[in-house]
Design a protein around this ligand. Structure first.
Ligand code: CO
Length: 481
């Protein structure tokens, strides 16, 4: 068993506002709640889910107040959770297949609501999100489920759990892939000011594009002018979904490097496809940031040579069991490259996409909220290039200069930057970086607080048990109880 295996162990305990021991000093200005999402339970009816992405959703909340921190966690009590716990029924998900009937249902309007990937605030709603079109509302105070947002006019079967916020326009942007007789990518926006009463999170179509072989898309890029879908050649023939024995969702995708990776640049105003540029193949999950520059869009993302990373995150691989071709403790082998792509869009800028690699060995990238869609300097992410631990890194994306944080035997998760509201003049790194970490020696987790500017550790808050490795979270300054 690899040392990080507690990161893939189920957690049964739930807490409500448990005061945590703090070593060091958390800045007194830090007020609000970090809410994180991820799998909390990996066994259903005596069977283990097949992929890290398929565990039952659990929300974790760290509430900061005057230098203190309180911890709450709760399973997302959805229909999928209820069926799993009461009936021992496993839902068809990312890589775990339920029954054939279940598989069919997941494309005929009853997809799983096990929303374990991310959280977001859209309008007045706090949402737990995954890649099925379910949008599960939760109460940010109690972490209790409040039911789904209703379906609307934007069809789609595979959606993003990574919305992009545009504070200037006052809207949230997302996309969905629709499978059918024709397949389409659809970009939509959710205006902050809804057109009518009760129209809280209504999605408005922005653009769409027909595609023969849709790609697996996890996140996208937004600039002030454009929405950019980055399409790696990890594609599906959607007819496969309907074949018996086709496995989980992702098992149907194939790596086709000869297609290259496409940048699809849509004008946010007109909805037109402003540019389509092809470059050498790469795979990615996460964009970092993007902005407009001299007729180009600049897109920063974490690139992989191919889609093997998906295979490497199967439970059999992360636990180092035999049975899969690439079995072995592969978690340390994930070498994401923070890369900058300069994509020509406007006339006279050519067709060649330039790539510049900035930092090797990172994932779960974030930027300061105030740095989005502008030329910026700093990205924060996991540092994954050492064996036996995951650190954190602050990368200067202009120069490639990197400052890292490591602690022996600790596996850190997604770092989230919170700006100091009293220091708004230079918002990009004046604040703190919050990240969960698993200490493999004590088999307990903690929350690390780093200074955004120096990247030095200010404090750590001790959780009385392990927290399974999770995905994404958000800091909500307004959630103070
Ligand atoms: Co993600």
């Amino acid at each position: 068993m690899p040392a990080y295996s507690p990161g893939f162990r189920s957690l049964d305990a739930e807490h409500d506002d448990l005061s945590l021991d703090v070593d060091g000093e958390i800045p007194a200005w830090l007020s609000g709640s970090l809410v994180r999402n991820g799998p909390g339970k990996f066994e259903v009816g005596g069977r283990r889910v097949e992929h890290w992405f398929d565990g039952l959703a659990m929300l974790h909340k760290f509430r900061f107040d005057g230098g203190d921190v309180a911890y709450s966690n709760r399973f997302l009590r959805t229909e999928t959770y209820r069926r799993a716990v009461e009936e021992g029924t496993i839902a068809s998900q990312f890589a775990t297949s339920g029954s054939y009937l279940d598989q069919l249902k997941s494309f005929l309007g009853d997809p799983t609501d096990n929303a374990n990937v991310n959280v977001a605030r859209v309008g007045g709603d706090y949402l737990a999100l995954t890649e099925t079109p379910r949008r599960v509302r939760f109460d940010p105070e109690t972490l209790a489920v409040r039911g789904d947002l209703p379906a609307d006019d934007v069809p789609g079967h595979h959606v993003t759990a990574h919305f992009q916020r545009d504070d200037r326009r006052g809207e949230t942007v997302g996309y969905a892939t629709e499978f059918g007789r024709t397949n389409r990518y659809r970009i939509y926006r959710v205006p902050d000011d809804p057109p009518g009463p009760g129209a809280g999170a209504e999605r408005v179509p922005v653009a769409s594009l027909e595609v023969e072989r849709p790609a697996y898309l996890h996140s996208f890029a937004l600039t002030r002018r454009y929405a950019v879908l980055v399409e790696p050649p990890f594609v599906v023939n959607p007819m496969r979904f309907l074949l018996p024995g086709s496995g989980g969702f992702i098992d149907n995708y194939r790596w086709r490097p000869e297609r290259g990776t496409r940048f699809l640049v849509f004008d946010r105003e007109s909805g037109e496809l402003a540019a389509e540029r092809r470059t050498a193949p790469f795979f990615f999950f996460h964009t970092v940031n993007a902005f407009d520059a001299e007729g180009h869009v600049v897109v920063d993302l974490v690139a992989y040579e191919d889609a093997d990373i998906v295979e490497n995150l199967f439970m059999s691989s992360v636990e180092g069991e035999a049975g899969r071709p690439d079995s072995g403790p592969e978690l340390d082998a994930a070498e994401g490259e923070l890369a900058r792509f300069r994509v020509p869009v406007e006339e006279g800028t050519g067709t060649t996409v330039e790539r510049r690699d900035r930092y090797t060995g990172t994932e779960l990238p974030r930027v300061a909220p105030g740095a989005r869609m502008d030329r910026y300097r700093f990205a924060y992410g996991q540092a994954t290039a050492r064996e036996g631990q995951n650190g954190l890194v602050k990368v200067n994306v202009e120069t490639g200069e990197a400052t890292e944080w490591w602690a022996e035997g600790h596996y850190a998760g997604e770092p989230i930057f919170v700006p100091n509201p009293d220091d708004a003049a230079v918002p990009e790194d004046r604040g703190v970086v919050l990240a969960p970490a698993l200490d493999t020696e004590s088999e307990q987790s903690l929350l690390v607080v780093l200074d955004g500017e120096t990247f030095e550790e200010l404090a750590r808050a001790q959780v009385p048990h392990h927290i399974p490795f999770g995905f994404h979270g958000e800091f909500f300054p307004e959630v103070v109880s």
